[in-house]
Write a protein that binds this ligand. Structure first.
Ligand code: HPA
Ligand code: ZN
Length: 347
């Protein structure tokens, strides 16, 4: 939209909810709500060391990324059957629909499951079935991105890739997640080069807790197309210029950053600084069941705390489409829908 219509300030929250958006940073295992953890534990006869949903939720008080990951991997241990993976993804996709997410690019962590004896086929089949159904039943376009766990070895990442290749057509790319500090992107340079040859899209978590140097090596050695989080980039002016010039998208997750103590308060988040520097920032939920909100909660709370404008809302939603791995025609279609919703909200 060349000139954005004036939007009354009091209508901004409703506009944030209503505007179509893409979610590009969502770990499907991080959408597993405590209620579903308990239901699946019961269905599968898996013991969990919490007496109730409330007790489990009370354990969600994190001090850093690792304190979260320990409980996140424990929660995922209730996932056993293809139906479990379907049910988890379907629950997320229904929430996405309610938040006017029209496109979701969904991370999954196969090593968390294959290490427990769950077959790769089981994981991918359940998640894929939910994605196919979302297109027809919800009007949500969804694709999968396979993440390698960076605390494990590159050799294990290669084995995981081999196990997944029979289902190459069921995921569009690969990512890199788990414990960042001490596991720099360069540890995975060879496996990412192989994935690049296979025509997979490449993304990686970098600069969540780790230094700007990790963002540089994600770009230059892994050759990623997007950086997940990337918020530490603001400590390096040269990196900020590079990200702006090359229009490298950052998939920012404000409530995650708050809950993992990357920023002390939401008011201190640097999303505005990233936008002001011309970076292609997007807003996402990361692990919504653990961090207190889905994507619209991230928009609403961040706008409330930092005073971002309707223009910035439009930019963030438009960036989410620009940064997604869909074709130019689809990007245009979603941008038109975005403009239509903004026009409805004009004074
Ligand atoms: N960072 C790293 N690994 C993760 C995250 C995250 O925010 N969420 C799930 N796995
Ligand atoms: Zn993440």
């Amino acid at each position: 939209m060349n000139k954005l219509p004036a939007i009354p300030a009091q209508r901004l929250p409703e506009l944030l909810r209503r505007m179509p958006k893409a979610e590009l940073h969502i770990h499907i295992e991080g959408s597993l709500e405590p209620e579903l953890i308990f239901a699946l534990a019961k269905r599968n006869g898996v013991a969990i060391p919490y007496a109730s949903v409330e007790e489990l939720r009370r354990a969600y008080a994190f001090t850093n990324l690792q304190s979260f990951l320990d409980i996140y991997y424990a929660g995922a241990s209730v996932l056993i059957t293809e139906q479990d993976f379907f049910d988890m993804a379907w629950a997320y996709l229904e929430k996405a629909r309610a938040d006017n997410v029209v496109r979701a690019e969904i991370f999954f962590d196969p090593q968390t499951h294959t290490a427990r004896g769950v077959a790769m086929e089981t994981v991918i089949a359940g998640l894929h079935r939910a994605c196919v159904k979302a297109a027809t039943d919800l009007g949500v376009s969804a694709s999968l991105i396979l993440c390698f766990l960076r605390h494990l070895s590159e050799e294990e990442a290669f084995e995981t890739l081999e196990q997944a290749l029979p289902w190459r057509d069921r995921f569009i790319g690969v990512g890199l997640d788990s414990s960042e500090v001490g596991h720099p992107p360069e540890k995975f340079a060879r496996v990412f080069a192989r994935c690049r040859e296979l025509g997979l899209h490449l993304v990686a978590h970098a600069g969540e807790e780790g230094p700007p140097a990790y963002v540089w090596t994600a770009l230059d050695l892994l050759k990623v197309e997007r950086v997940d989080h990337g918020v530490q980039s603001s400590k390096d002016p040269q990196l900020m210029r590079r990200l702006a010039q090359d229009r490298i998208p950052l998939t920012v997750c404000p409530l995650s950053n708050l809950k993992l103590c990357v920023f002390p308060r939401l008011q201190d988040h640097n999303l505005r600084e990233l936008l002001d520097a011309g970076l292609m920032a997007t807003v996402n939920s990361d692990d919504p069941a653990y961090f207190g909100g889905y994507v619209n909660d991230n928009f609403l709370q961040t706008f409330e705390a930092t005073g971002l404008s309707a223009q910035q809302a439009w930019t963030l939603a438009n960036n989410s489409f620009e940064a997604s791995f869909i074709g130019a025609g689809e990007k245009r279609k979603y941008r038109d829908r975005l403009d239509e919703v903004f026009a409805e909200f004009a004074e």
